[in-house]
Ligand binder design. Structure first.
Ligand code: SAH
Ligand code: SF4
Ligand code: F3S
Length: 459
């Protein structure tokens, strides 16, 4: 990996850096996965420490940063569309600084600098400490780029600037070493590394003390978490966190079918404050396709993990990721995918059409399944999955669920929203006299359901 120097042709300063920062409002817009959401908070933390001012209104901003995703072609198209729109902001304010952060920035690098005569700075996921410096140069008219990937950066000393409610993200690993053949992440986020064990547990405690009631531990493959210095794996981390913050609801994502150990599953079963929900992507139902994807497990291994989960936690909810139309996928292999969906009965799924990504191994396999076939297969998977999720949720009518209260719903302030221990979104009429507040866990009796949501009444 190479690093282009930050352009340093800085014009004479009229103001000191501190004053410059204090009068500079920064707006960050986030695309992609939860990791990117947490990264935007890290960038917010880095900027705040330098005195910059965060704003939620792009109209007010002196600096607009888009934290981008590169996972599928449509994720990148979205960013180009957004840049077209940002041209109007630049027309109104010719001093506006526009920056691209994240995975697309890392993938396309210098190609993006000056894009649409708009992009002043480009910063990859391991270079966020340089954002203040790059903004300062850009405010003085110099474009800059920082895209070096690191083997060690975990931002463990940065306090993310969190704004959202009672739930917080904590990244426990960065990067990915799995090299699934379709995936850009190992290239955009670099080598896998784990954040120190104690810094995670300490952050969880601080979050509880400052009012957070739910944390999600994040990694592309949480099961490969390992702190060498402390000799602690992911099961150790789950246990220590569950003990350190006994009243915090603890979630995590993403699990990997090959690496998910019995110890992780058993630890989940042992602690009530670890949410009974697992996101376990299977991607494809055929062993031949799994091998082409370099997923490193077979469907037997996958089902073995599902059986272990159900044995330890019979009511654990499950979700998954599925890709339709991987190169050379036959109709029979597509049926195998549908069979896994039928057999496991997932509570939820993220389902995608295969999108070829330049420079990945699968890119070289061609893209021989037509868009029409991919779409048809995808729709079959979606239809089956939705009907199963609907049936599963119907069985919950009449049961009582432990719902973590998040607050009024967007559409109707008298209807409040929360999530069950199994991560199902639940709506219920707010009753003032019941005395609960946002962040409490309440009992809700389920009265009505859809394939994705529950409705109920607070007990
Ligand atoms: N680390 C996680 C997920 C990362 S990306 C894991 O391994 O499961 C989220 C999902 O996007 C993947 O699980 C996969 O289903 C999907 N995805 C990744 N690359 C893709 C591509 N090139 N085309 C279509 N879907 C893709
Ligand atoms: Fe991509 Fe595979 Fe890593 Fe997930 S495990 S981020 S799909 S390479
Ligand atoms: Fe997208 Fe990067 Fe996440 S490619 S899905 S933002 S790791």
């Amino acid at each position: 990996m190479f690093d282009l120097p930050v352009l340093t042709e800085v014009k004479p300063k009229q103001k000191s850096s501190q004053i410059l920062a204090e009068t500079t409002k920064v707006y960050i817009e986030t695309y992609g996965c939860q990791m990117n959401v947490n990264d935007s908070e890290i960038v917010g933390g880095v900027l705040q420490a330098q005195g910059f001012v965060a704003t939620h209104k792009p109209d007010d901003a002196d600096v607009i940063l888009l934290n981008t995703c590169a996972i599928r072609d449509n994720a990148e198209r979205k960013i180009y569309d957004r840049l077209n729109h940002l041209k109007y902001y630049k027309k109104r304010n010719s001093h506006l600084v526009v920056g691209l952060l994240g995975c697309m920035a890392e993938r396309l690098r210098t190609q993006l600098l000056g894009e649409k005569n708009l992009v002043d700075i480009v910063v990859g996921p391991d270079e966020y400490r340089k954002v203040p410096q790059l903004i300062e140069s850009a405010l003085h008219g110099s474009r800059g780029i920082a895209i070096k990937l690191s083997k060690v950066e975990t931002y463990d000393d940065i306090e993310p600037l969190r704004t959202e409610g009672i739930s917080a993200w904590i990244s426990i690993t960065r990067g990915c070493d799995k090299f699934c053949t379709y995936c850009v992440v190992p290239f955009t986020r670099g080598r896998e590394r784990s954040r120190p064990f104690t810094s995670i547990v300490d952050e969880a405690k601080r979050l509880y003390d400052s009012g957070f009631r739910e944390i999600t531990l994040l990694g592309q493959n949480v099961d490969s978490y390992f702190d060498k210095d402390d000799n602690k794996n992911f099961a150790d981390l789950l246990r220590a966190t569950a003990i350190a913050v006994p009243k915090m609801r603890i979630r995590y994502t993403t699990s990997h079918p090959q690496d998910m150990s019995d110890a992780v599953i058993e630890t989940m079963g042992e602690f009530d404050n670890i949410s009974k929900f697992i996101h376990l992507p299977f991607q494809a139902g055929s062993n031949r396709i799994l091998e082409l994807m370099n997923r490193t497990y077979t469907i037997d291994r996958y089902m073995n993990r599902i059986h272990k989960i159900k044995e330890v936690m019979p009511n654990c909810a499950l979700s998954t990721d599925i890709i339709s139309g991987f190169p050379t996928e036959t109709e029979e292999e597509h049926q195998e995918t549908l069979n896994v969906v039928r057999e496991v009965r997932f509570d939820g799924a993220f389902m995608f059409k295969y999108s070829p990504r330049e420079n990945t191994k699968a890119w070289k396999m061609g893209d021989d399944i037509s868009d029409e076939v991919k779409t048809r297969r995808l729709n079959e998977i979606i239809e089956l999955q939705y009907s199963i999720a609907k049936e599963i949720n119907e069985t919950l009518v009449g049961t009582t669920e432990k719902v973590l209260v998040e607050g009024p719903s967007k559409r109707d302030a008298s209807i409040w929203i929360g999530r069950t221990d199994t991560n199902k979104v639940t709506f219920f009429p707010h009753i003032d006299t019941k005395g609960y507040v946002i962040g409490d866990i309440v009992d809700v009796t389920i009265t009505k359901t859809t394939s994705t949501t529950l409705n109920g009444e607070i007990n």
